[in-house]
Design a protein around this ligand. Structure first.
Ligand SMILES: [Zn+2]
Length: 119
């Protein structure tokens, strides 16, 4: 994890135009939703999409005014980034640890919540 900032692109307006101007193709990704406070982006929620980040953001229009994002080729990488952001930023609106899909064995890089078996 970089010492400064989230490593995400943005922020951009969380509007249909703002999203479509930025995200041109269907891919997994991670996002942060937030607002500008004294010209600084304040994160309220982090999340991800395993298949289509653009659709996920379009569904969330209205939740905040701005978003940041990063696309990934691999959904597992998006999950790991989401975990990092969750632990690093502790966003107010995240009620619990990022969830992995039921059929995956992904683990969090920052804690042991998904360590299946300790031998
Ligand atoms: Zn964790």
């Amino acid at each position: 994890m970089a010492a400064v900032g989230s490593g995400l692109k943005g922020s951009f307006p969380l509007t249909k135009d703002g999203i479509e101007a930025e995200i041109k193709h269907i891919a997994p990704g991670v996002f942060a939703l937030g607002n500008l406070v004294d010209d600084r982006f304040k994160t309220l929620l982090v999340g991800r999409s395993d298949k289509d980040l653009k659709q996920e953001l379009l569904r969330r229009i209205g939740q905040t005014k701005r978003f940041k994002y990063l696309l990934y080729d691999d959904a597992e990488d998006a999950f790991k980034k989401e975990c990092e952001l969750y632990h690093f930023l502790k966003p107010y609106a995240n009620k619990g640890h990022p969830q992995r899909p039921q059929n995956r064995t992904w683990t969090c890089p920052d804690c042991h919540v998904y360590t299946d078996v300790i031998r």
